[in-house]
Design a protein around this ligand. Structure first.
Ligand SMILES: [Zn+2]
Length: 405
């Protein structure tokens, strides 16, 4: 095998890079990319001048990239959240604001890198199985690349999430049945029909997520934070972020690793359940009840692989309730960021872990804000916002009384 290859995260079996099927033939665990660069440093120090595959070219196994594919994904802001620091009594909180990606979630990084791989293999059809964010992202990049795009969604997807997928003209199919089974069947059908299914644990999607870690290191001038808080559903993004820090560590660009905190919603927490029960496998959650299905995969395909990483690198897995996630959404809005509940669990977990004494006042924390609230406005009814009303005659008095509240 050459120095660039895919390796099974379970049994370490190696495969060539031009493989589409994302899992191991031997043990069926997800594969990941191994790429050995002879160069130590990133291509230049100027962020934003290039796209992620150009800027971090020495960490990706592409000999050439399709220039027209990029929608300027990644290079998202790292915002210091002083009001949250004051509120939660944690000195340094940073928000990695993934809501500003082209389709408003972190998924664009993995889609961009995955579609580059698909194009390099000459594929003309891509697809995904998604509850929302990934579907929008794959549909957008499929349109951009001029590829036929199959989007499978679960039958219970909220109706407001359908239109933002269809706007990009994919072939969209609502599939009823067990979500975990749909995932495996989609891989099988993809293999038979030659469709590159860019699902959550595809090696090159995970490669996209690792750029989140690279950027955080650069944005903090290589001073690694104590904690990285990662909303966790299928587990692919967490795998990518951890892989990114490991690659910078192995290259000597950083001198320590952060502690990785994965957060799930209590109503659908299969990785957390395996974590606290000290199990290696992840069991399917029957009848999950969670406020935002963007963080409610009942059978996370990368669950086992993520558990292995978290155990090896002193990770933490925790849960927050639906109510705490909604509270986190309101807290983030006070910093000017409108995140979806799935992304707001990072802030809810900061509050919880500080109260539990896991995170202390001096800790430096980076919360990954994975997706925008604009994706799921139906949920805002839960907040019971107050709206004042006025006639023109009363307006001045009402403003004065409201300002005094
Ligand atoms: Zn294997």
């Amino acid at each position: 095998m050459s120095s660039n290859y895919l390796i099974c995260t379970g049994c370490q079996k190696e495969y060539p890079l031009d493989r589409i099927f994302p899992r191991c033939d031997n043990c069926f665990e997800p594969l990941e990319v191994r790429f050995v660069s002879t160069k130590k440093f990133i291509t230049d120090k100027a962020l934003f001048s290039r796209n992620i595959l150009e800027h971090y070219a020495h960490f990706y196994p592409f000999s050439e990239i399709e220039q027209k594919l990029s929608l300027k994904e990644g290079f998202t802001p790292l915002i210091k959240a002083d009001k949250l620091s004051q509120l939660l009594e944690i000195d340094n909180i940073y928000l990695k604001n993934e809501t500003v990606n082209p389709t408003w979630s972190f998924k664009d990084r993995g889609t961009y890198v995955g579609v580059q791989h698909a194009l390099s293999l000459g594929c003309d059809t891509i697809g995904t199985l998604s509850s929302g964010n990934m579907a929008v992202s794959v549909a957008a990049y499929g349109a951009r690349a001029g590829l036929k795009t199959i989007i499978l969604v679960s039958a219970d997807i909220p109706s407001e999430k359908i239109g933002p997928i269809l706007i990009y003209h994919p072939i969209l199919i609502k599939v009823s049945g067990d979500y975990g089974q749909i995932y495996y069947d989609s891989l099988k059908i993809g293999r038979e029909l030659g469709i590159y299914f860019l699902s959550s644990d595809v090696p090159f999607r995970v490669e996209g997520s690792k750029s989140i870690a690279f950027e955080i290191c650069e944005q903090l001038d290589y001073k690694v934070p104590d904690y990285i808080l990662i909303p966790t559903s299928s587990g692919g993004n967490g795998r990518g972020i951890i892989k990114g820090f490991l690659e910078f560590y192995e290259k000597g660009l950083i001198t320590k690793l952060p502690q990785f905190i994965c957060i799930q919603l209590a109503g659908c927490a299969p990785i957390y359940q395996a974590w606290i029960n000290k199990e290696d496998s992840v069991s399917t959650i029957k009848n999950p009840v969670a406020i935002d299905n963007a963080i409610a995969n009942p059978f996370p395909p990368s669950g086992k692989a993520l558990l292995r990483l978290l155990r090896k690198f002193r990770g933490i897995v925790t849960t927050v309730s639906d109510e705490e996630a909604l509270s986190g959404q309101l807290m983030l809005a006070r910093e000017g960021i409108f995140a979806q509940p799935a992304a707001s669990v990072s802030i809810a977990a900061l509050q919880k872990l500080k109260a539990e004494g896991v995170i202390n006042k001096e800790s430096r924390c980076v919360a990954i804000i994975t997706g925008a609230g604009i994706k799921y406005t139906g949920i805002l009814e839960k907040h019971n916002f107050n709206v004042a009303a006025s006639t023109l005659e009363e307006l001045k008095d009402i403003i004065i009384s409201k300002l005094a509240d």
